[in-house]
Design a protein around this ligand. Structure first.
Ligand code: GDP
Ligand code: MG
Length: 439
C-alpha cells in the first residue's frame, strides 16, 4: 500500500499546479492502492470522493507544492475516517468494570484478554480473567498460563460448565475478591454462526458488560469488515481491538472497520508477547498507511520556519556550486529552527540514504553552536571565499570564536565535503527530483 501511495504522490510531485485532472489521476491510484489493501470498496469510494472534492475546491497554500497539499488532505481525511481522537475503555464508576472479549477463533481474544489485564494491572487495577471458552481444547489452560505469567488471577469452572454460568459465577467471584476489573474471554468460531451469537447474547444479558470488545485479526483484510459488521449487528459492540499489526499487514482493516461500524478501534496488538498492546492512535495509523515518514510534520515545520525565498536562492547557488560559509551559516540557522538535520532528512521519503552519507557531519546542538561561532568570527570576505583562509587567518578565527585551529580546519573540510555532496546530487540530474527533495 505504502509503495503504491508513494507512487501516486510522486507523480504529483513534479507538477507546478494542481488541476482537477491531476487530482483525479492521483486519486485513481490511491483508490487502487486502498482496494489492493483490502479496504472495503464503499469506504474507498467515499474516501476518494471526499478527498477529491476537497482538493479541487481548495486553493493550494503558497508555501506548499500542490502535491504536498494533496498529501496533507489525504492524511487528514484518513485520520478523520478512523476517528479523530483516541478512544478509551469505559471504566465503570461502580466497580467492577466488566469487559467482554468476542471474536472469531484465532483472532487473539485470549492473548488480548491477558494483555488488557496486564495493561490495567500496571495502572493499579486488580483484574480477574474469566475463562468462558469451553470448546477449544486447552483454551482454559492457555488463559491460565497467560494469567500466571502476569500475576493475574484466572477464574474457571472447567470445560463441562455452561459458559453463561461461568461468566455469572466469575462476576460474583470478582465482587467477593474485590476485583475492580473483570475480563471475560469467550469462545470463537471459525465462522460466524447462530449458536455462537446466541451464547454471546446470553452472556451479555446476564453479566451486562460495560464494554464489548471485538477482537479482529488485521490480517484477515476484507473479512474483518464483515466480521465487525455481523458482530455489531447481532451483539452490539463498543469497540475493536485490531491484532497482529506487527506483521506486514497493510492496515486496510483499520480503515474500513471504523467507517463501516462507526465503532472506534481502541487498542492494537503489536506482537505475541503480553505487553505488545498499544492504544490506537488514528493519526499514527494514517501515517502508517501513507507510509511517508513524517512528511506532514515536516511540511508543517517548514511552513512555520523555512524562508522559502532564501531556500530558493540557495537551491540556485547549489546548482552553480557556489555554496560558501555564508550559506552554510544561513542553512544552519534554518535547520536549527526546524530541529536536527537527522530528523529532517529522516522525515523526507527516500532521504534515508542521504542521511547515511551525511554521517559524521554533526549538525546538532553544541557542535552546531561552535560551528556558528567560527563562521561568525570570519570576515565577510573569508566567508565568501574560504580558499583565502591561511594559517594566520585561521589562528585569528580560532581565537575569536574560542575554538582551536584544528576545529577551524575541520569546518573547512566539512564545507568541502558538503560541496562535494551537493555536487553529487545536482549533477546526478535525477537525484534530488526523484527523491522528492525539498524545497
Ligand atoms: P483466540 O482464539 O481469539 O483466543 O486467539 P488467541 O489469543 O489464542 O491467539 C491466536 C494466535 O494469535 C496466538 O498464536 C497468538 O499468539 C497470536 N496473536 C494474538 N495477538 C497477536 C498479535 O498482536 N501479534 C501477533 N504476531 N500474534 C498475535
Ligand atoms: Mg481463545
Amino acid at each position: 500500500l505504502s509503495d503504491k501511495l508513494q507512487g501516486a504522490f510522486s507523480k504529483l510531485k513534479s507538477k507546478g499546479k494542481l488541476t482537477e485532472k491531476d487530482v483525479k489521476a492521483a486519486m485513481r491510484e490511491v483508490k487502487l492502492a486502498l482496494l489492493e489493501a483490502d479496504v472495503n470498496f464503499k469506504v474507498v469510494k467515499d474516501f476518494v470522493k471526499k478527498v477529491q472534492e476537497r482538493c479541487v475546491g481548495q486553493e493550494v497554500m503558497e508555501s506548499l507544492t500542490p502535491a504536498q497539499h494533496v498529501i496533507k488532505i489525504v492524511n487528514e481525511e484518513l485520520t478523520a475516517l478512523m476517528g479523530d481522537v483516541q478512544s478509551k475503555i469505559t471504566i465503570s464508576s461502580k466497580p467492577p468494570t466488566i469487559i467482554m472479549m468476542v471474536g472469531l477463533q484465532g483472532a487473539g481474544k485470549t492473548t488480548t484478554s491477558g494483555k488488557l489485564g496486564g495493561y490495567f494491572k500496571k495502572q493499579g487495577k486488580k483484574p480477574l480473567l474469566v475463562a468462558c471458552d469451553v470448546y477449544r481444547p486447552a483454551a482454559i489452560k492457555q488463559l491460565e498460563v497467560v494469567g500466571s505469567s502476569l500475576g493475574i488471577e484466572v477464574f474457571n469452572m472447567g470445560d463441562k460448565e455452561n459458559p453463561v454460568n461461568i461468566a455469572k459465577a466469575g462476576l460474583s467471584h470478582a465482587m467477593k475478591n474485590n476485583n475492580d476489573l473483570v475480563i471475560i474471554d469467550t469462545a470463537g468460531r471459525l465462522h460466524i454462526d447462530e449458536e455462537l451469537m446466541d451464547e454471546l447474547k446470553s452472556i451479555k444479558s446476564e453479566v451486562k458488560p460495560h464494554e464489548i470488545l471485538l477482537v479482529v485479526d488485521s490480517m484477515t483484510g476484507q473479512d474483518a469488515v464483515n466480521v465487525a459488521e455481523s458482530f455489531d449487528n447481532a451483539l452490539g459492540i463498543d469497540g475493536v481491538v485490531l491484532t497482529k499489526l506487527d506483521g506486514d499487514t497493510r492496515g486496510g482493516a483499520a480503515l474500513s472497520i471504523r467507517a463501516v461500524t462507526q465503532k472506534p478501534i481502541k487498542f492494537i496488538g503489536m506482537g505475541e508477547k503480553l505487553d505488545d498492546l498499544e492504544p490506537f492512535h488514528p493519526d499514527r495509523m494514517a501515517s502508517r498507511i501513507l507510509g511517508m515518514g513524517d512528511v506532514l510534520s515536516l511540511i508543517e515545520k517548514a511552513q512555520e520556519t523555512m524562508d522559502m525565498e532564501k531556500a530558493k536562492a540557495l537551491g540556485a547557488k547549489l546548482k552553480k556550486q557556489e555554496f560558501d560559509f555564508e550559506d552554510f551559516l544561513d542553512q544552519m540557522e534554518q535547520i536549527q529552527k526546524m530541529g536536527s538535520m537527522d530528523k529532517i532528512l529522516g522525515m523526507i521519503p527516500g532521504m534515508g540514504d542521504i542521511k547515511n552519507q551525511l554521517g559524521d557531519v554533526d549538525m546538532n546542538g553544541k557542535e552546531m553552536n561552535r560551528v556558528k561561532a567560527i563562521i561568525q568570527s570570519m570576515t565577510i570576505e573569508e566567508r565568501r571565499n574560504p580558499q583565502i583562509l591561511n594559517a594566520s587567518r585561521k589562528r585569528r578565527i580560532a581565537k575569536g570564536s574560542g575554538t582551536s585551529v584544528q576545529e577551524v580546519n575541520k569546518l573547512v573540510k566539512q564545507l568541502n565535503e558538503m560541496k562535494k555532496m551537493m555536487k553529487m546530487f545536482t549533477s546526478n540530474s535525477k537525484g534530488m527530483k526523484k527523491r522528492g527533495g525539498f524545497p
